[in-house]
Write a protein that binds this ligand. Sequence first.
Ligand code: FAD
Length: 419
Amino acid sequence: MTDRREVGLAVVGAGPAGLAAATAAAEAGAAVVVVDQASHAGGQIWRHRDRNALPEAARARLARFEASGAEHLSGAAVVDAAPGRLSVVTDRGPLLIDAHAIVLATGARELFLPFPGWTLPNVLGVGGLQALIKSGLNVAGKRVVIAGSGPLLLPVAATAAGHGAEVVAVCEQAPLARVAAFAAGLWRAPAKLADAARYRRAARGARFRTGWWIARAEGSAAVERVTLTDGRREWRVPCDLVAAAAGLVPNVELGAALGCRIADGALAVDRDQRTSVPAVFAAGECTGVGGEDLAILEGEMAGLAAIGRPVGALHAARDRAGAMVALIARAFAPRAELLRRADADTVVCRCEDVRMGQLDPAWGARQAKLATRAGMGACQGRVCGAALERMVGWPAGTVRPPLSPARVSDLAALSGNGG
Ligand SMILES: Cc1cc2nc3c(=O)[nH]c(=O)nc-3n(C[C@H](O)[C@H](O)[C@H](O)COP(=O)(O)OP(=O)(O)OC[C@H]3O[C@@H](n4cnc5c(N)ncnc54)[C@H](O)[C@@H]3O)c2cc1C
């Protein structure tokens, strides 16, 4: 049995962007439903924490959303979409949502570039470690190495140190000159520089290095040490936990299923957050990685534009905050050495256990799927596709519906009802 709903605006994603879109549209009188596969509202940055532990501004955002009249469907994954319609699977069964307009606020995920040992237990993503600590992972007394790229490294180091971890090393792969250029580009956002200084102080026992990255991780049952390098020297560091990711990649799969144009790996939008498909808007990190403040502004614009309200007054603020996308992309682009770390024995596709040596660079992604099943597991190539695109130049290709694992009975019920 498939439930059906009809709304003015359907928002996919209850992170900062989706919540801002829904709040703005609902406060303006629209019937709004927000769908998110997670069990709590707040997206990657807010949902893992006890509400009382959130910054005041985040608590205010969540309270305003709750008072707006927008409905939040948690534990609800959008598995397919067509303009005007979302096919959703929930804990309570399948659901079809017909909407006059859709806002995509599907966020970003971490970019994992394989190196020997990256699949050992206790090697995590950088944002992944942050999320686990916020959800209660006990890191007290654990030796932690954080090595990757981008503005997330410092807050994660501060969180780990604040929860009693011994943060041994924080390594940013970008060279010092690029990190310095990034910091100089923040002159319009002095609060961000103050935050960075605060995070740095919170993890002051750690050694911070720029231009260093992980060459390999080793251990038997779990990671025991990493070897870091700057390309000339090596530094072996004993550790219990490693957080390693090379930045974030926009989640564009749902937009691609709707036929939205993608540019530079992100959903392409115009100045009012319209995608290339009529009545489909997008906001936040699925349109480019630029942080929370930008996600909120874009969400507000997308929500208002989607119900036909003017957004011109927000253009200037959005343009100022939007400068962050280019700054991050320029400063923290993965260096070539990160793309060459996998040896023949390194697992590239974790879902299907495919190693680098099984892949022929002369193939394309499709041939690799046919020959080895790389990219055909539960994550549908979201991890290895993004990595192989950078490592061997295979375009990541599109993810086919269902966009996330779903019961066959739910899919049959949805398709029997036109979903
Ligand atoms: C693992 C991780 C941890 C991070 N931690 C921090 C942090 O601690 N501090 C910080 O400043 N920044 C953090 N970031 C960056 C942060 O994501 C952004 O700055 C900000 O949250 C972006 O907001 P958003 O609304 O665009 O996306 P998100 O907050 O990512 O929200 C997107 C939402 O869409 C939902 N979604 C996606 N696809 C579907 C679908 N098909 N069906 C239903 N729901 C769907 C997701 O469940 C998610 O809740 C983190 C990023 C990642 C990937």
